[in-house]
Design a binder for this molecule. Structure first.
Ligand SMILES: Nc1ncnc2c1ncn2[C@@H]1O[C@H](COP(=O)(O)OP(=O)(O)OP(=O)(O)O)[C@@H](O)[C@H]1O
Ligand SMILES: [Mg+2]
Length: 229
């Protein structure tokens, strides 16, 4: 479903590439951890997936289509197929939980009726139905990230990209979020998670792709974290 073909990425003004010679293939329905030292290029890899950045050379293919060659007008269509989760949640703090999740559907052609069906279903899945009308700013960090997960999955994405989703959470909430990502994966979505959560990676025994200095250093089925945390 995802292919990186000879991808390199050098940011403007940088003197060395952040990614170089990346060849990577991820199949539909896979669950992949992306690990590696700080500054290795993990977030850059994730940004290429949701087209926040474009590769300098090479191709990033999603279902065979080169996403870097999409017209700007087609980018919203791509994004609608994706769920993206960030370390800092990126919720609208003054809006309610319901509004934050519904927001992901509002720029799509989903009907009001469908929104009223899907948002509660999504909140149910992350265990936050009872917070539907709370303001996002009034939730704990773990709850906020669960809202972000609900927002990511409410569109039934084929691909969920999470960049350090547990970076701001304690171990218990980190596990809850990783469990939710596993559930989403079991429901059919491909899930790619960049993380420093050593213990979770070691326990979950999923595919692990390690990035070091902009290159794939390791790619293991049922892999381990492989670094000191
Ligand atoms: N917008 C940017 N402009 C210039 N250089 C950048 C930019 N974003 C990232 N870099 C550089 O690219 C390299 C890879 O950064 P990236 O954020 O992908 O690392 P990372 O593996 O996600 O690290 P961390 O674990 O700390 O999040 C770093 O050297 C970083 O300084
Ligand atoms: Mg990063």
């Amino acid at each position: 479903m995802i292919q990186f073909v000879n991808v390199a990425k050098t940011y403007p003004n940088a003197h060395s590439p952040s990614l170089n010679g990346i060849n990577l293939s991820i199949g539909r329905g896979e669950f992949v951890f992306v690990v590696g030292p700080s500054g290795a290029g993990k977030s850059t890899l994730m940004k290429l997936l949701y087209r926040e950045e474009l590769p300098s050379t090479g191709k990033v293919l999603l279902d065979g289509k080169d996403i870097s060659r999409l017209r700007d007008s087609d980018v919203p269509y791509l994004r609608r197929q994706l769920g993206v989760i960030f370390q800092d949640f990126k919720l609208l703090p003054e809006r309610t939980v319901f509004e934050n999740v519904a927001f992901a559907l509002e720029c799509t052609d989903v009907s009001r009726r469908e929104i009223l069906r899907r948002v509660p279903a999504s909140l149910e899945l992350v265990g936050l139905r009872h917070k539907t009308h709370s303001r996002a700013s009034e939730l704990s960090g773990g709850e906020q990230q669960r809202v972000a997960v609900a927002r990511a999955i409410v569109r039934n994405p084929v691909l969920v990209v999470a960049d350090e989703p547990t970076g701001n959470l304690d171990p218990e909430n980190s596990w809850a979020i990783m469990k939710l990502l596993t559930d989403i994966n079991k429901m059919g979505a491909t899930v790619v998670v960049a993380t420093h959560a050593k213990n979770i990676v070691n326990d979950m025994k999923k595919r692990v792709v390690a990035i070091e200095r902009g290159r794939v250093a390791r790619d293991e089925e049922r892999g381990t974290y492989g670094y000191e945390s």
